[in-house]
Design a protein around this ligand. Sequence first.
Ligand code: ATP
Ligand code: MG
Length: 280
Amino acid sequence: MTRRKVYEGKAKILFEGPEAGTLIQYFKDDATAFNNQKKGVISGKGVLNNRISEYIMTKLEEIGIDTHFIKALNMREQLIKAAEIIPIEIVVRNVTAGSLARRFGVEEGLPLPRPLIEFYLKSDELNDPLVSEEHIFFFQWAEVPEIEEIKIQAYRINDFLSGLFLGAGLKLVDFKIEFGRVYDEEGNSYLIVADEISPDSCRLWDIKTGEKLDKDRFRHDMGGVEEAYQEVARRLGVLMDAGPIASITAKKKTKDNPLGKKVKKTAKAKPDNDNPKKKK
Ligand SMILES: Nc1ncnc2c1ncn2[C@@H]1O[C@H](COP(=O)(O)OP(=O)(O)OP(=O)(O)O)[C@@H](O)[C@H]1O
Ligand SMILES: [Mg+2]
């Protein structure tokens, strides 16, 4: 079956969906950082981000936040609602890190007195510049009530996800979300959370050790990138029934698998307590 590709980005591909108003979001293993200056592949990332994003979007739906997620299709694809993307990346920060620390010359890891929201224009050519609310209104990237709604939702998502990750032994340092506009039968627009929420778009630090378990491992050549994404998925409990994911975890040479043989695609993932990688 040939399907029409609607858009190919750095980390995902969008295909036309089976019905009007839907799209298929395909998660690639490709990774980029620092506005495309650094490129690479994180083996198995697409599979893990597909699962993690599905899990988080479903949890958000459970607390009444509308998202684009409709249903999982396969290991790398999910069916989503097509939205008009607001061309602004919304970043919520709880602790200083990344560009905030660089831009203002502050140390990484300082807890902020309250969550900080930042807006960045989605523009690769301009290097995703930081913009103010005024810029957003002036250039009509979003309406005033939309920005108000986005801020309310962003704080709520931050509170909820901070708790969710805390339960998995992870500190939510910061994250990026995108919102899209969709229309109801009467033609009124409303906002939904779109794109993805995954270790590509969140900074997640181990609560006890401070170890980074997110894309910063790739950005700064820290090694253990695949393992970090797997660890987040495992802690969220989304690897449990994911049989084929065993083929990723077994690709590396280990004591139990010295040849680094792939596990047969149909193999069921081992129960957690059998997992040799599990941290004691
Ligand atoms: N529900 C949706 N409807 C329409 N577009 C979407 C939806 N969810 C995400 N997108 C868009 O699909 C693209 C996903 O691809 P990817 O994240 O790889 O892009 P990218 O290379 O990061 O580029 P961008 O700077 O646009 O994010 C993004 O442009 C994102 O804004
Ligand atoms: Mg993107």
